[in-house]
Structures are given as C-alpha cells and as structure tokens.
Design a protein around this ligand. Sequence first.
Ligand SMILES: Cc1cc2nc3c(=O)[nH]c(=O)nc-3n(C[C@H](O)[C@H](O)[C@H](O)COP(=O)(O)OP(=O)(O)OC[C@H]3O[C@@H](n4cnc5c(N)ncnc54)[C@H](O)[C@@H]3O)c2cc1C
Ligand code: FES
Length: 257
Amino acid sequence: MRYVQGKYPLLAKNNIARGIYEMNILAPDLAALAVPGQFVHIALAGHSLRRPISICRIDEAHGVIKIVFALKGQGTRDLADVPVNSTLDIMGPMGNGFTLLEPGRKVILIGGGIGVPPMVGLSDYYREYATAISGFRDASIKILQDEFEKNGSRTILCTDDGSAGIHGFVTQPLEELLSSDGHYDCVYACGPMPMLKVISGICGKYDTLCQVSLEQHMGCGIGACLVCAVNIRRDGEEHFLHVCKDGPVFDSREVVW
Ligand SMILES: Cc1cc2nc3c(=O)[nH]c(=O)nc-3n(C[C@H](O)[C@H](O)[C@H](O)COP(=O)(O)OP(=O)(O)OC[C@H]3O[C@@H](n4cnc5c(N)ncnc54)[C@H](O)[C@@H]3O)c2cc1C
Ligand code: FES
C-alpha cells in the first residue's frame, strides 16, 4: 500500500443535500496514486482518531480529489466546519480499491446512501457502459445523480419511501437487470452491510462477479490495531483480515456474511 501524508488545501466546500457535504481538495501526489474505492484518512483538531472517507472522484489532471460525507458525530461536524482555503491533514490513498476491468465492459454500480460517492469514480471510468443504481431513505438526501448522468451512465434512483424514483430497494432493479440480459461483467457495490449481503446473494444466483466495499469502525487505518477486522474465506479457510489494509474492497464471494 503506497500512500502519502500531508496538509492539503481545501479548494471548495458545498452542502449538496440535507446534512451532506462535498469537498474538493488539492492533493496532486495523492490523486496520482489513487484508484476508485480507496479512501483518505483525515485528522481533525481535538480528535485522536482520523476519520476515513472514501475518495469520490479523482481528477489527476488538476491534482484534485473530491470527497462527499454525511454529518454523523462530532468528527464529521468539525470536518464540515473547516474553512475553504485552509488545509486538511490527510493520509491517503488508503486501502485496496476496486479492480477495474477494461474500459467498455458493461457494469452495474450500486450505492446505498453515503455508499454512493465511491461509485462516481467508477462511472468516470466506465462512463456509458455503467448503470448506476442508487438508493436513499428519501429524496432529501439524494446525491450525485447529475454526476452519473454527465458521464452518460444510465441512472436508476430508488428511495425507501417513494419520494423520488422507484419506491423500493436497489436490489429490485439489480435483479431485473441481471435476469433480463445477464451480460454484465461486474457489479460494484458500497453501502450498508445488509444491502451488500443481499446484492452478493443475487450476484451469486446469476453467476456475476461482484466487488463490495465494506465499512468498519477504524482506528489506525494502516493494519496495525485490528479494530476493523472482517471475516474472509480465502483458499477454503476463514481469516480475519483488515478492512483498512486488505479492503475496503473484497470479492463478495469471499465475505463471510
Ligand atoms: C473505508 C470507509 C470509507 C468511508 N467513506 C465515507 C464516505 O465517503 N462518506 C461518509 O459520510 N462516511 C464515510 N465513512 C464513514 C465515516 O468514516 C464515519 O461516518 C465517520 O468516521 C464518523 O465520524 P464522526 O466523528 O462524525 O462520528 P462518531 O461520533 O465517531 O460516530 C457517530 C456515529 O457513527 C458511528 N460510526 C462511526 N464510525 C463509523 C464507521 N466507520 N462505520 C459505521 N458507523 C460508524 C458511531 O458508532 C456513532 O454511532 C467511511 C468509513 C469507512 C470505514
Ligand atoms: S484500522 Fe487499525 S487495523 Fe484497520
């Protein structure tokens, strides 16, 4: 795992939905190393532990990365308060990102809630060959649909309460797509564990490769503290691996759900 650490200027900050912020950060060395699915580990004054946030977009040409995060506790609230033009103490890119197939392969990207941001980096890569299925609790926290559309990716929006798009879960359009033509080369997914488990089952049923990005509480972020252990079956045996160092992306068939 090759990563850098430094103080990087915050170029822009926007409140893009209720309690959700995007930030553009100038970090050319980090952007040059990053692939979709990796995350940054951000230090904040007054907090002993860094906070992990997925890299949403990598603009290597301009040396800029975008992150998108939801306010959860004091750490993310303090992050949202960081003023534009000041610097953020960041380590990254951390972890193993998604494995990319050749451009032009047909893929499905599934994001649940704040699991949608890492799917944008995949849409930047697969563009019109990607179908992005996004699920939110309700329309007030719908994010990033324009970014998929600008890339030419097909977008399918779902909400739990029917306030926008399809009234239901992301697993419904996934099953429809896989059963209708079955020519998708990979499904990529990030979101809550129960959602990932169902997606993994559906992909298994249609024998479609599926890569999932798991979220665990984190301490060190570099494989030294075991806080982020996850049970993975590899070579016929179960192992405790680190989400921070061995993941966050795993082949869904390896995860002991
Ligand atoms: C690899 C990875 C990538 C992530 N990417 C994003 C992202 O792109 N955008 C985003 O908004 N969030 C992301 N998260 C989650 C984010 O790190 C947490 O929401 C954040 O650390 C919470 O910090 P806080 O100080 O605001 O809240 P805290 O006060 O630390 O916690 C508030 C609540 O959130 C729970 N919580 C804290 N950390 C986690 C966690 N890692 N998983 C589940 N529950 C947690 C706590 O138990 C508590 O209930 C990611 C997490 C991981 C592990
Ligand atoms: S966060 Fe310390 S080992 Fe993963």
